[in-house]
Ligand binder design. Structure first.
Ligand code: ADP
Length: 307
């Protein structure tokens, strides 16, 4: 096999109660990538459509993640990378993670699959380090593993795959304003009070339990964030109103996707998700901000090989 075409999914990280440790994989939103072996012994970004992003190998997260993987293998094999971007950079739904995870998945396949999906996570994290200055795993892990991922620890890296109750749907609104991960990280306070920490780990534990027991109501009650949301939501136009609109239509919970500006509503079942999507659309189209709106199942497979 000399080339492979893949779907590299968008992901929703943090999920309110799991700042930097929780993420899940979307199904209908993502990029396409074509990765081919070349005889030049170099990694090149040969095509990039849909977004204005760097083509230099060391400036593009796909190039950096690819080189990190090949460096570990001690391989001199070259690769040409084509990226067809559908996810906008700085959207908060894992644009950089899709490219980082996608490229390591593809190269791993093309060199005979020396690594398991779990083992690919650290290489993809190197792309995240370039994008945001922080090698976080909460987007690349669910992109590579599918479903929900919990990053138990970074040192050593330990990632746990969690079950995805079948009726879960995500409605994601992306207001087309750019918030750089770097910027939205810089406004977060570095210290958390014990009171807030207790409420956060209570919610995270309950969320994980609810995924196992398929307790949708408990999932909803656990989607609380007292640590980051009160600060970051200031950067998102009409955040509180949007939350009200989604909850009034029956969403289980509502929060910021990754570092924003995208926001998500987690819903039970297609009908409620459709109603939430319609209501958010009605509300936001009256505002002077362009936006994209998605409805997705949870993608339990992660990156997909396309024919
Ligand atoms: P997101 O949360 O949507 O991934 P980030 O702010 O974390 O957004 O990452 C976007 C940053 O990564 C931008 O500065 C962008 O220029 C840079 N970048 C480099 N290569 C890529 C790529 N292939 N895809 C997306 N972003 C990239």
């Amino acid at each position: 096999m000399d080339e492979i075409r893949i779907f590299a999914p968008a992901t929703v990280a943090n999920l309110s109660c799991g700042f930097d440790v929780l993420g899940c994989c979307l199904d209908t939103v993502g990029d396409e990538m074509l990765i081919k072996k070349n005889d030049l012994g170099e990694v090149r970004i040969t095509k990039l459509t849909g977004q204005d992003l760097p083509l230099e190998t060391d400036q593009n997260v796909a190039g950096v993640a690819a080189k990190s993987l090949l460096g570990e293998l001690g391989s001199k094999q070259g690769f040409d990378i084509e990226i067809y971007k559908k996810i906008k950079a700085g959207s908060g739904i894992g644009s950089s993670a899709a490219s980082s995870a996608g490229v390591v998945f593809a190269i791993n396949k093309l060199v005979g699959e020396p690594f398991s999906p779990e083992q690919l996570i650290p290489f993809a994290m190197e792309g995240e380090r370039l994008a945001s200055g922080n090698a976080h795993a909460d987007n690349v892990a669910p992109a590579l593993l599918g479903g929900f991922s919990l990053v138990k620890s970074y040192d050593p890296l330990e990632v746990i795959s969690l079950p995805s109750p079948a009726e879960l749907r995500m409605v994601v609104l992306h207001p087309l304003i750019e918030i750089k991960t770097k910027d939205s990280r810089s406004i977060i306070k570095q210290n958390v009070s014990l009171k807030k920490a207790i409420s956060q780990w209570g919610n995270l534990g309950a969320f994980v339990s609810a995924l196992y027991t398929e307790d949708y109501a408990l999932l909803g009650r656990s989607l609380q964030d007292e640590v980051v949301e009160p600060i970051r939501s200031i950067l998102i136009p009409y955040f509180d109103d949007l939350k009200q609109v989604a909850m009034d239509k029956g969403a289980l919970g509502f929060g910021i996707s990754g570092s924003g500006p995208s926001v998500f509503a987690l819903c039970k079942g297609n009908d409620i998700a459709q109603n939430v999507k319609t209501a958010i659309n009605e509300f936001y189209k009256a505002k002077a901000i362009d936006f994209e709106l998605h409805l997705s199942e949870i993608n339990t497979e992660g990156i997909k090989i396309l024919e």
